[in-house]
Design a protein around this ligand. Structure first.
Ligand SMILES: [Zn+2]
Length: 152
């Protein structure tokens, strides 16, 4: 959990969980739950769920809305989100579809993506190899920075 990136300085004083961090950020702006709900266009109940730890992660659209309402970089919220891990055995079809999508975007030149298992930064690259007939083939590879997820 000790992220030593350039943003560490700004967030080192903030709570390490999404629930507590949201409360802190909201109080720092002197907003009530109701104020924040209005600013972010979330329901008051949803803010309460987030602040009590019932909801542990946000979609990127929701994260942006909330970050804007709290006047912080969305990364400040994202770095303490706890995404439920998507296990291949939970829903193999969906899992494979996600991997196919990921593979596709990597082959189209995406260098960084979001880890399907934990939501953290995924480093991506294209590896060039040869198939049995000697034709050049491109493989998508990805490694998560935080969890054991790999795409090979
Ligand atoms: Zn991951």
């Amino acid at each position: 959990m000790n992220s030593k990136n350039s943003r560490a300085k700004d967030t080192s004083e903030l709570a390490p969980t999404l629930a507590r961090r949201l409360v802190e950020l909201r109080e720092r702006k002197n907003l009530t739950v109701k104020d924040l709900a209005q600013e972010s266009r979330f329901t008051k109940e949803r803010i309460e769920d987030l602040e009590s730890g019932l909801e542990t992660w946000l979609s990127s659209t929701d994260r942006q809305l909330l970050a804007r309402a709290l006047a912080v970089d969305p990364v400040i919220i994202q770095e303490v989100e706890a995404r439920p891990r998507l296990e291949p055995s939970d829903d193999p079809e969906r899992y494979n579809a996600i991997l196919a999508d990921l593979s596709d975007s990597i082959l189209k030149g995406v260098k960084e993506s979001e880890c399907p298992q934990c939501g953290n930064t995924l480093r991506c690259r294209v590896q060039v190899g040869l198939d049995i007939d000697g034709n050049q083939v491109h493989f998508a590879k990805a490694f998560c920075q935080k969890c054991p997820f790999v795409l090979t």
